[in-house]
Design a protein around this ligand. Structure first.
Ligand SMILES: O=C(O)CCC(=O)C(=O)O
Ligand SMILES: [Fe+2]
Length: 326
């Protein structure tokens, strides 16, 4: 039986219309939740409801296209484009021994890197791919990404506060953030076996993930004491969670909690996780505020770009042909 404790908490961001005391109280709440479950809902985020509707319409229109039109955008060496069902396998996960590929398809859109950007051509720094036959798609997705970036930057200030830092202390790591929007489609799997997932148990690599899900359900979050909590859809909210690099940055004070998706419904499920990560050129060093006096940090400093490439190269089959062996 479910009890009220089995629900993820909701943090009300009050449309960011708070004073100093309000910001502090939200930060305390976030510190408690991220130290325990590492997952919660966010309400009153300032992201317009219409935009949430529009991004799902865009995603559905993309996935409803003939397979050939989707394959025309097959994921490129810059990790941008379409990933067909059953092509990603989380192998770096310490969460589970995953053997079956994920039963989901997705379009990955990252931060734009124009050709005149000095980073152009480096790892993960290249062009997005846009569907030729959906004229409004790019504009809608760009508006959504802009809104989510604003939310993520504001939330980063709450994170800094929650860790006892100046609200702007972390901002400079995100001057050129690494961002991924993943427009996911999960086909129905009413008879899925226990080890067949839309998204197998995993933790997210990065800093924070801000997820929009439709009203179908299927996301589950691992409970600290074992078992899984259903992240039931709550209209108008996002789900936010701590990624591995944030957990590492906090010296393990905050948890990057395993989660998984199984769409055992008879209808399709759509979701849109937005991953907001540091600039790849930033070094992530355990925050001194999180290291107990007299103790050494639990993790070595790491260049975010190196860390991310390792995770991506291990997790995606398609990268066998674009990296490593060359
Ligand atoms: O679709 C979802 O609800 C979660 C997706 C997810 O965990 C991911 O893409 O990392
Ligand atoms: Fe995830």
């Amino acid at each position: 039986m479910e009890t009220p404790d089995d629900r993820l908490p909701i943090v009300d961001l009050r449309n960011f219309a708070f004073d100093e005391a309000g910001a502090e109280s939200i930060a305390r709440e976030v510190d408690r939740i991220f130290s325990e479950t590492g997952f919660c809902y966010l309400s009153n985020t300032g992201v317009p409801d219409e935009l949430m509707v529009e991004i799902f319409e865009a995603s559905k229109a993309f996935h409803a296209q003939p397979q050939a039109d989707k394959e025309a955008l097959a994921i490129n060496a810059y990790h941008r484009g379409y990933m067909a069902p059953k092509t990603s396998l989380i192998v770096t996960s310490s969460v589970a021994n995953v053997t079956k590929p994920n039963n989901s398809e997705s379009l990955l859109i990252m931060h734009e890197v124009p050709e005149d950007d000095p980073r152009f051509g480096q790892d993960l720094q290249g062009p997005n791919q846009w569907p030729a036959k959906l004229p409004e798609f790019r504009e809608t997705v760009t508006r959504y990404i802009d809104a989510l970036e604003t939310l993520a930057r504001r939330f980063t200030q709450i994170i800094a506060r929650a860790l006892g830092l100046d609200p702007h202390a972390l901002d400079h790591h995100f001057n050129r953030p690494t961002t991924f929007l993943r427009l996911l489609h999960y086909p129905p799997q009413p008879d899925a076996a226990d080890d067949e997932f839309g998204s197998a148990p995993h933790t997210d690599y990065g800093f924070i993930t801000i997820l929009l899900q439709d009203n179908v359900g299927g996301l589950e979050v691992r409970r600290r004491g074992g078992g899984w909590i259903r992240a039931v859809p709550v209209p108008g909210t996002f789900v936010i969670n701590v990624g591995d690099i944030l957990s590492r940055w906090t010296n393990g004070r905050w948890q990057s909690t395993p989660h998984r998706v199984q769409n055992k419904n008879v209808v399709d499920r759509y979701s849109a996780p937005y991953f907001f990560d540091p600039d790849m050129a930033e070094t992530i060093t355990c925050l001194p505020a999180c290291v107990p006096a007299g103790e050494a940090p639990r993790f070595e400093p790491v260049l975010y770009g190196d860390y991310l490439m390792e995770r991506i190269d291990k997790n995606y089959q398609y990268r066998k042909s674009v990296s490593g062996g060359a």
